[in-house]
Design a protein around this ligand. Structure first.
Ligand code: CAA
Length: 248
């Protein structure tokens, strides 16, 4: 079997790092992107990856910027090769109650979490259709499914991301390209440090499993959706949330 290539945006973040490691360990040729504001994290991150005897190609890109993503696609083609599996994992939070939310918080979260999926995927999707094989996996959130107090911006982007997933799934279906979302619940990453401790304690009470997700538990779901075994799964939003939100 030929080696598959994966590109993970937000690849040096909390969930992204776990995803990157899972793919690299599974034998994928693996690339990750990081944002300009994360530059100082790159060196220690690469040292950590080398210690684990893994190889990851890193690319800097501002996923909020279409032209930056266009330039990325050329760099990836020249230095890395085709992208068989694209994981859109880049995401931020800028929580605020809606009545006080500055436009900036709305705008940044829209661009980094939702526009990014267009900005990046637009440059790789057509090639997947032509090659008759591809996987796009968007990281959504339980809060895009149920809404969350203080997250009008974030919840909108995550619900929007899954809308995009379902539409793109239909465009890929006849061409061997599946498009799915993975919806994590609250996950033990640095992002959680932005949530007030009392709020987080309260949230845990509403998670039947009584704990946060481990980043690896999200990564395992992503790796599965990328596999050949998942070829008939498309357009789903796969919940990995310890039972916090059940629907249908
Ligand atoms: N439901 C109902 N009321 C709530 C509430 C909730 N979930 N959370 C807070 N409130 C109420 C408070 O009780 C308080 O009421 P009073 O004024 O009557 O006392 C009022 O709202 C204001 O609360 P704060 O004092 O906390 O107000 P603030 O402006 O300082 O902060 C906030 C508001 C930014 C929303 C803050 O509460 C917060 O950060 N909450 C966390 C939001 C959250 O869950 N974010 C998830 C981040 S992780 C993530 O997004 C990853 C993922 O995918 C899961």
């Amino acid at each position: 079997m030929t080696q598959k290539h994966v590109l993970v945006t937000g690849g040096i973040g909390g969930i992204g790092t776990a995803i990157v490691k899972y793919f690299a360990r599974d034998g994928y040729k693996t690339a990750a992107t990081y944002a300009p504001f994360e530059r100082e994290k790159v060196k220690p991150w690469l040292e950590m990856i080398e210690k684990e005897v893994l190889e990851v190609h890193l690319f800097e890109v501002d996923v909020a910027d279409f032209e930056s993503c266009h330039a990325l696609s050329h760099k990836v083609a020249a230095e890395f090769g085709a992208v068989d599996v694209l994981v859109n994992c880049a995401g931020i939070i800028r929580d605020s109650v809606f009545k006080k939310m500055p436009f900036e918080n709305w705008d940044q979260v829209m661009k980094v979490n939702l526009y990014s999926i267009f900005n990046v995927t637009r440059h790789f999707f057509e090639a997947m259709l032509i090659r008759k094989w591809g996987r796009v996996i968007n990281i959504t959130s339980v809060n895009g499914q149920k809404g969350q107090f203080g997250q009008a911006n974030y919840s909108a982007t995550k619900a929007g991301a899954h809308g995009l997933t379902m539409a793109l799934a239909q465009e890929g279906a006849k061409h061997g390209v599946t498009v799915n979302s993975v919806a994590p619940g609250y996950t033990a990453t640095e992002m959680m440090l932005q949530v007030p401790e009392a709020v987080l304690d309260d949230i845990k009470k509403h998670i039947p499993m009584g704990r946060l997700a481990k980043p690896e538990e999200i990564a395992a779901a992503v790796l599965f959706l990328a596999s050949e075994d998942a070829a008939f799964i498309t357009g789903v939003n796969l919940d990995v949330n310890g039972g916090q939100w059940m629907h249908h």
